[in-house]
Design a protein around this ligand. Structure first.
Ligand SMILES: C[S@@+](CC[C@H](N)C(=O)[O-])C[C@H]1O[C@@H](n2cnc3c(N)ncnc32)[C@H](O)[C@@H]1O
Length: 191
């Protein structure tokens, strides 16, 4: 499904913005079927794959790239099951708009980063497509970039950048003739 919504460009941008290096450790929050994790493994990065859905982790485990061993963890973005200062990078692609308390989740993502570590969030800009909250589990109709900047600052992150990721998400409605076309932002902060 993801392939029809947006392309690998989002992942390429996320990984290059973090300047990922081999043998470093990343957390992929809201890992889903492992879109970001697959790219991280291809770059030689070790991955802690976190999702609140056991079903998604089961699907992830069956993916070919999982043979290279992402460590799967069941847990919520708002209470990450990882010790403080443990990872070099945190990625959350298209997860935050499903989270009830995004500011708390960003605080948790910052907590688990090592000093000097990088947080990368890629998600939807604020939009008006109500059907996404009705038909899917979206909690938020995207985000305002100024809110992202404020939440990164609250979490103690520095060198924050929030801008257009160079890609749009195109999501058709299951029940109506509507189709959403929403710009995707990338947010980066350093601990
Ligand atoms: C739209 S999918 C994105 C999956 C993946 N990151 C990708 O890029 O394809 C959102 C994922 O976030 C997970 N999720 C939603 N709310 C969460 C939360 N509060 N904590 C952890 N995971 C959550 C869902 O189970 C789902 O796997």
């Amino acid at each position: 499904m993801r392939r029809t919504y947006f392309s690998e460009k989002v992942r390429d941008r996320a990984l290059s913005e973090a300047r990922v290096q081999k043998r470093k450790l990343a957390a992929d929050v809201g890992v889903g079927t492992g879109f970001i994790t697959e790219g991280l493994i291809a770059h030689g990065v070790e991955v802690l794959a976190i999702d609140e859905s056991l079903r998604m982790l089961q699907v992830l485990r069956r993916k070919a790239f999982s043979a290279a061993g992402p460590h799967c963890c069941l847990g919520s973005a708002e209470y990450l099951p990882i010790r403080s200062g443990a990872v070099d990078y945190v990625f959350a692609n298209m997860c935050l708009h499903h989270v009830v308390h995004p500011a708390a989740a960003i605080g948790e993502m910052a907590r688990i980063l090592k000093k000097g570590g990088t947080l990368i969030i890629t998600d939807l800009d604020e939009h008006t497509f109500v059907f996404l909250t009705e038909e899917r589990t979206d909690q938020w109709m995207g985000f305002r970039r100024e809110d992202m900047r404020a939440w990164f600052a609250e979490a103690g992150l520095k060198d924050t950048m929030v801008e257009y990721a160079g890609e749009r998400a195109r999501v058709p409605s299951d029940c109506t003739d509507y189709s959403a076309d929403i710009s995707i932002f990338i947010a980066r902060g350093k601990k």
